[in-house]
Design a protein around this ligand. Structure first.
Ligand SMILES: [Zn+2]
Length: 453
């Protein structure tokens, strides 16, 4: 049996902000000295900025004097020596696990952990699962990738150590097989991407000819892509499955899962305050911003405890909104919602936009559309800027008649324009079932070079 409580590790997680801040400062000072000594990458970076760890006397110094670390820098430094380049701060033989991130530009970026780092990861994931409602009495079916991805091993090990009954299926997998295992094991909790949750529901109807609710998944953790944080999408998935869906987020370069919604679902709580320092910066000027209620900016992370390749002021690439009003559940610290990830960002006619925003608009138009769509570009964006026409390919629902299609087209264009300030050059409607379903991550942007005329 277990004791019902708000947090997996109440002593650390529920620590007052003031006390936590002091602990973070002690850890930050040590970390700056550690990377200056062990990481040629950071030593060079600090030297170029004209700073030594001892020059950083408070959090303000840190935010204003220490330069940001960007994803491009990580890629560059890895290219100089895989897998961690000049930021490897321990012996490679002490690294016990290496994970690869998806990477949008071909070669993946790698994240490694020592034995101690891996304990830290699992601690964070257990906290995340607990706040998401998972308990030792649950049967947890893991339907995220199992292989070298960061969401694989750390999540299944953590679910098992939390005491849940672990069923590590992994994706991609035949839906028939996953559903059979789910029923045989009486799984009631599942982690998957939000697009997979929708795909699987369709397959339940097609293969089993049953209502997805009958499968008994009551707890669902969704992450890996935006969706679970979009209110209309979350509501729909919860209704389809009859489940309590929690949005979960981690950072491939840092910690597999450390942001999660509590049962009140008013933004995601942060469970790793003593392992990771959060900052907010202006996405354009990179100037530090206060983590104030309602503030929108770019999330910056600093490892406070990591032996292998820690990152200092790493700009994760997430555009977030901050909430500071106390949550009803009593969990301390800030909460956030994700506006978009920099990797998915597009600039259409100078306006920044995200596929998740398009998904939000279309989700509100169901059942006239299925919610499945593609943004079709004629060439790969450069520095996020889209050149050439933008086509939006949308699946319409089975109830829509041929006569209604032109009207639906213009309604979609209008809704997009109203909500997002830009509109596609063309809306293309295709029948339900035409577009590929996501087995793992949904792919919203496709490049189709235009035929030369
Ligand atoms: Zn809460």
């Amino acid at each position: 049996m277990y004791v019902e409580r708000l947090a997996w590790n109440p002593e650390m997680e529920l620590m007052s902000e003031e006390k936590m801040r002091r602990l973070q400062w002690e850890k930050l000072k040590k970390m700056l000295e550690y990377v200056y000594e062990k990481s040629p990458f950071y030593r060079k970076k600090f030297d170029e900025a004209g700073i030594k760890p001892a020059d950083i006397k408070n959090f303000d110094d840190f935010a204003t004097k220490v330069p940001l670390t960007t994803k491009e820098e990580l890629r560059d430094l890895q290219a100089q020596g895989y897998p961690f380049g000049t930021n490897l701060c321990c012996n490679y033989e002490d690294v016990v696990l290496v994970t690869a991130s998806t990477g949008t530009t071909g070669k993946p970026t790698y994240t490694g952990v020592t034995q101690r780092d891996y304990q830290m990861w699992k601690e964070c994931v257990k906290r995340t699962f607990w706040l998401a409602g998972m308990r030792p009495t649950d049967v947890y079916l893991h339907a995220l990738a199992l292989s070298t991805w960061i969401s694989g091993y750390a999540l299944i090990d953590s679910a098992r150590e939390l005491g849940a009954t672990l069923v590590p299926v992994g994706v991609p997998v035949m839906a028939e097989r996953l559903l059979m295992i789910a029923m045989d094991t009486k799984a009631n909790a599942i982690a998957c991407t939000p697009s997979y949750a929708e795909h699987l529901a369709e397959r339940v109807r097609q293969i089993l000819n049953r209502d997805p609710r009958e499968l008994g998944f009551r707890k669902m953790c969704c992450g890996g892509e935006p969706g679970a944080g979009i209110p209309a999408v979350k509501k729909r998935i919860e209704e389809i499955w009859g489940c309590d869906l929690r949005d979960v987020m981690g950072t491939p370069e840092m910690i597999p899962a450390d942001w999660v919604e509590c049962r009140f679902k008013q933004g995601m709580h942060f469970v790793a305050r003593e392992y990771c320092l959060n900052e907010l910066v202006d996405p354009d000027t990179k100037a530090p911003m206060d983590l104030a209620d309602g503030a929108e900016g770019s999330l910056v992370y600093t490892s406070l405890e990591k032996e292998c390749a820690p990152l200092i002021r790493f700009e994760v690439g997430d555009r977030i909104k901050v909430f500071t009003s106390p949550c009803e559940c009593g969990y301390p610290g800030i909460r956030i919602s994700v506006i978009g990830r920099i990797d998915d960002m597009l600039k259409v006619k100078g306006v920044k936009t995200w596929p998740s925003a398009v998904k939000d608009v279309l989700s509100q138009m169901m059942p006239d559309v299925t919610g499945i769509f593609q943004i079709v570009l004629s060439e790969k964006p450069e520095a996020f800027a889209v050149r050439g026409p933008v086509r939006l390919r949308v699946e319409y629902g089975t109830s829509v008649t041929q006569e209604q299609l032109p009207g639906l087209k213009s309604r979609i264009a209008d809704r997009i324009r109203t909500a997002l300030v830009w509109s596609p050059d063309e809306v293309e409607l295709v029948p339900e079932g035409t577009l590929p379903r996501a087995e793992m991550k949904a792919r919203y942007i496709v490049i189709e070079p235009q035929e030369k005329k």
